[in-house]
Design a protein around this ligand. Structure first.
Ligand code: NAD
Ligand code: UDP
Length: 310
């Protein structure tokens, strides 16, 4: 198949391109390199089944493809808050442009949505039928509301134009190739632990997250894309729930580090708890994450050791 991956030079996108190429597909990787890096896809560049397009999803593009994974969008709060207006444009205009393309060439399209559509959730764990608790005017809104509108657009293009859509609500994902300076918790903690610096716990470190290793996520995304008639959103995440303090302890152990902790103010609208209910993914996709946090952290730390100067 000819498959377009937008955001293909980013963390998740580059792993996805690699896997799709290895399965014999022809892959078009589209990226504007805001948070993506050439290094992430360097090893694919001379593969005849891989093509790189420097392009911004906020601009229309004419291509012929069978499937589209729409991943283009900065995912770390530091990066998506750097230029919030651009973040909204990327989610909204990006979705419109990719849906227009999908409609024209009758491609199936999967939107990378997020657990952030649940905001600071009042239902725990989060099921897909929960509508969320999102601040429309806060610092995280450009990302959260942008993704919510992308879901709306997907659903309306499906209802109105019969576009064959898939919506993946991705929960916190980690693994090799995360940017060492992107401000997300797993990358921050690993870099700090490797350098022997104190780990920065925001608030009391009692907020919870569920961390999914990138290979597990890819399996879920590919299964979702290739399952017939699954037009409703599907949560993809690892239901193992950890406090940020527990994550910090686990990272220190994995890095065999002597780092201590330091406490910093909790960012505005930081969700207090998050854990996916993955019943739908289990039932419809037969999908279950298989890599526990400890094992995934080991693989991630190995990758960071080759990149981080200590
Ligand atoms: P990332 O920042 O590493 O990758 C995003 C990619 O999109 C980068 O390569 C970036 O350069 C590219 N991009 C950004 N704006 C663009 C634009 N206007 N035009 C073209 N390319 C653009 O982030 P990631 O962690 O790989 O996330 C990939 C997708 O998955 C995002 O849509 C994100 O919202 C979603 N997601 C990720 C997580 C996670 O924990 N990593 C959780 C939920 C959802
Ligand atoms: N966090 C932290 N220290 C850091 C970076 C993040 O305690 O150095 C916390 C952050 O406040 C949040 C959690 O870790 O509660 C996850 O943050 P991240 O930015 O990785 O993702 P998100 O908030 O989008 O889930």
């Amino acid at each position: 198949m000819r498959i377009l991956v937008t955001g293909g030079a980013g963390f998740i996108g580059s792993h996805l391109c690699e896997r799709l190429v290895s399965e014999g597909n022809e892959v078009l990787c589209l990226d504007n390199f805001f948070t993506g890096r050439r290094e992430n896809i360097f090893h694919l560049l001379d593969n005849p089944r891989f093509e790189l397009l420097r392009h911004d999803v906020t601009e229309p593009i004419l291509l012929e493809v069978d499937q589209i994974y729409n991943l283009a969008c900065p995912a770390s709060p530091v990066h998506y808050q750097y230029n919030p207006v651009k973040t909204v444009k990327t989610s909204v205009m990006g979705a419109i442009n990719m849906l227009g393309l999908a409609k024209r060439v009758r491609a199936r399209i999967l939107q990378a949505s997020t657990s952030e559509v649940y905001g600071d959730p009042l239902v725990h764990p989060q099921t897909e039928d929960y509508w969320g608790n999102v601040n429309p005017i806060g610092l995280r809104s450009c990302y959260d509301e942008g993704k919510r509108l992308a879901e709306t657009l997907m659903t309306d293009y499906h209802r109105q134009n019969k576009v064959d859509i898939r919506i993946a609500r991705i929960f916190n994902t980690y693994g090799p190739r995360m940017l060492e300076n992107d401000g997300r918790v797993v990358s921050n903690f690993i870099v700090q632990a490797l350098r022997g610096q104190p780990l920065t716990l925001y608030g009391e470190g009692q907020q919870t997250r569920s961390f999914c290793y990138v290979d597990d996520l890819l399996e879920g995304l590919i299964r979702l894309m290739n399952t017939e008639n699954q037009h409703d959103p599907v949560n993809l995440g690892n239901p193992g729930e950890f406090t940020i303090r527990q994550l910090a302890e686990e990272v220190i152990k994995t890095c065999e580090s002597k780092s201590s902790f330091t406490y910093m103010p909790l960012p505005a609208d930081d969700p207090r708890q998050r854990k996916p209910d993955i019943t739908r993914a289990q039932t419809v996709l037969g999908w279950n994450p298989t890599i526990p946090l400890r094992e995934g952290l080991k693989k991630t730390v190995e990758d960071f050791k080759t990149r981080v100067s200590v």
